[in-house]
Ligand binder design. Structure first.
Ligand code: ADP
Ligand code: ADP
Length: 226
């Protein structure tokens, strides 16, 4: 059973924009897949459909064989990480991390315990009581990662997560992401317009242009003809 399957997936927005068409992809558990392509090629739309944030106008998306459009939000086995972190600025780190657990109806004691555990795993315990708007960009993205992982998703969806960071920090967090993904063994789907990120991070690169999949290759085979 595939962790993630996109079968002839398409998205046409209400204004008639065809953002994605005929997208086919199968992802195995533990794979790190990157969607690579220029701005406007449909990467974010595809990621949002996988997350269940966007309706699918053609085809089907299955996670572990279950149709995403039939799963209620609190039962979706995905978490999403954004370029702008999307933390609640006035909540502290612990409250931010616990938030997704509260949404899923998990009680206070268990929330505390699970948030504490993931913060410790990521080496972030010292920040637990800091307000999110007092953190640096790098700290914010690490906390956003903790918040995504605390619900123990099958698939982590990352939308240009390094885009707002300076070059040095981008390299550091890129390495952290790669190590973390291998350690956790869960599937990562990573959206980027930066070739170096796609090549450096992923097991397979899905090259997109104009809403279509142009090519799916391992990084080392990206520039050799099949
Ligand atoms: P990418 O993530 O690769 O930059 P997007 O998925 O954001 O691409 O966008 C794909 C296409 O869909 C673009 O032409 C974009 O302008 C269009 N688009 C995105 N969101 C909407 C929307 N809500 N309504 C209409 N068109 C949209
Ligand atoms: P980065 O390059 O890591 O994103 P920033 O320029 O965002 O760093 O922040 C640099 C330092 O300033 C960090 O140590 C961060 O904790 C601190 N800092 C950022 N914003 C605030 C704030 N609003 N109040 C107090 N300290 C802050």
């Amino acid at each position: 059973l595939h962790d993630l399957e996109l079968i002839q997936v398409g998205k046409t927005y209400e204004d008639g924009t065809v953002a994605v068409a005929d997208f086919d992809l199968s992802v195995e558990k533990g794979e790190f897949v990157a969607f690579l392509g220029p701005s406007g090629c449909g990467k974010t739309t595809t990621l949002r459909m996988i997350a269940g944030f966007e309706t699918i106008t053609h085809g089907d998306i299955l996670i572990k064989g279950r149709n995403v459009s039939e799963l209620p939000p609190e039962r979706r086995p995905t978490s999403m990480i954004f370029q702008n972190y999307a933390l609640f600025p006035h909540m502290n780190v612990r409250q931010n991390v616990e938030y997704g657990l509260a949404v899923r109806g998990i009680g206070k004691a268990e929330r505390r315990q699970r948030a504490g555990r993931i913060l410790e795993k990521l080496g972030l315990s010292a920040l637990a009581d800091k307000r999110a708007d007092r953190l640096s960009g790098g700290q914010r993205q690490r906390i956003a990662l903790a918040r995504g992982l605390v619900v123990e998703p099958d698939i982590l969806l990352l939308d240009e997560p390094l885009g707002a960071l300076d070059a040095n920090l981008r390299r550091v967090i890129q390495n952290e992401l790669k190590l973390l993904q291998k350690e956790l063994g869960i599937t990562f789907v990573f959206v980027t317009h930066a070739q170096s990120e796609a090549l450096g991070l992923s097991d397979r690169v899905v090259v997109m242009s104009n809403g279509k999949v142009e090519q799916i290759s391992a990084p080392r085979e990206l520039y050799t003809r099949p």
